[in-house]
Design a protein around this ligand. Structure first.
Ligand code: NAI
Length: 310
């Protein structure tokens, strides 16, 4: 691997394969995608995967490409959350695309991770099609009531943020673990770099995601004997609706523009760009597969170098 000083404008190489020139780190790198053969025929449930632009659907697509059967679960119907698409027909189309493209079974189900009755309905629907679930990706997440300091946070917004991001992982895991086969399984929880490094004015989200890390480690210990590995991912800034919404909001509050907010953010990231949903999906596929068979209870950073330690 040759990496010359990019500030001197010389050519450099990442992983010995992808030639880049100064400034090109801001463009999207074509990924060399590893296929995980052992995922073929496995069944994966991904929460918050009903939007084509989101990390959840990128995970669903990658696992389907590896041959896994897919359950896309997401919130539908009336909601005040601007980040929720709420469209079951779109979810059905996305599931059909996956089964058509990758010759796997794919099912779209409605799910509100804050409601036990919704989770029970989802499980009933899933059981009609699949005998078990091998892989659970607790990806659903959102935020209410930002920007705000902890001591001025609206109580209802605080509770709802914690409910989706933390209790949602608890509720869905509780329902899905009994459906995992005796041969074991893999659970991947979406945390955030905010779980490790406090962001300003986003306390409920950061607190919930930090809780997800402790739940991940606790579950990893408790389920190791059953052959179920439990890991978390900690993405930095990944280009999705969530991030677009964040830049819009920051621009509004800081009298700036979304483009300027994005450019400033990129300057803070050692790799000089935002992450892509596909890059997160590749990490999740690794954690779902037996390539990571000796990894459990971890919280892996995918932040372009913003976080460099646990
Ligand atoms: P997104 O906003 O595009 O997608 C989130 C999904 O969660 C949506 O499909 C939404 O409908 C679903 N959801 C929200 N509330 C729900 C509920 N009550 N029940 C079921 N589903 C619900 O966000 P994105 O970027 O795809 O994020 C995915 C995960 O990654 C989230 O947990 C997020 O916190 C996390 N993350 C994202 C980062 C980013 O930069 N985009 C950075 C760090 C973590």
């Amino acid at each position: 691997m040759n990496i010359f000083n990019k500030y001197r404008g010389v050519w450099f190489t990442i992983v010995g394969k992808i030639p880049l020139q100064k400034g090109m780190a801001h463009t999207i790198i074509k990924l060399e995608v590893i296929m995980y053969e052992d995922l073929k025929g496995k069944t994966a449930l991904i929460t918050g995967a009903g939007k084509a632009s989101g990390i959840g659907y990128a995970i669903a697509s990658k696992l389907a490409a590896d041959g896994a059967h897919i359950i896309i679960a997401d919130l539908t119907g009336e909601t005040t959350d601007p980040l929720v698409t709420g469209d079951k027909a779109t979810m059905d189309d996305l599931a059909n695309d996956l089964s058509g493209t990758y010759s796997v079974e794919a099912l779209a189900v409605e799910l509100d991770v804050t409601r036990t009755d919704s989770i029970e309905r989802m499980i009933d629907t899933v059981k009609e099609r699949f005998s078990h679930i091998d892989i659970l990706c607790n990806n659903a997440g959102t935020v209410f009531g930002v920007p705000n300091t902890v001591h001025t946070y609206d109580e209802d917004a605080w509770m709802r943020t914690i409910d989706v991001n933390l209790h949602g992982v608890f509720r869905v895991s509780k329902a899905v673990v009994p459906l995992m086969p005796e041969t074991g399984g893999s659970i991947i929880n979406s945390a955030s770099q905010a779980a490790k490094k406090p962001p300003l004015f986003n306390g409920a989200y950061a607190t919930a995601k930090a809780g997800v890390l402790m739940m991940t480690k606790t579950m990893a210990l408790e389920l190791a004997g059953a052959g179920i590995r439990v890991n978390a991912i900690c993405p930095g800034v990944i280009m999705s609706d969530f991030t677009r919404w964040r830049f819009d909001l920051e621009a509004q509050f800081l009298d700036s523009t979304p483009e300027k907010r994005k450019a400033l953010k990129c300057e803070e990231i050692p790799l000089g760009r935002l992450g892509t949903t596909d890059e997160v999906a590749n990490l999740v596929a690794f954690l779902a597969s037996s390539a990571s068979a000796y990894i459990t209870g971890q919280a892996l950073n995918i932040t372009g170098g913003q976080l460099m330690e646990y």
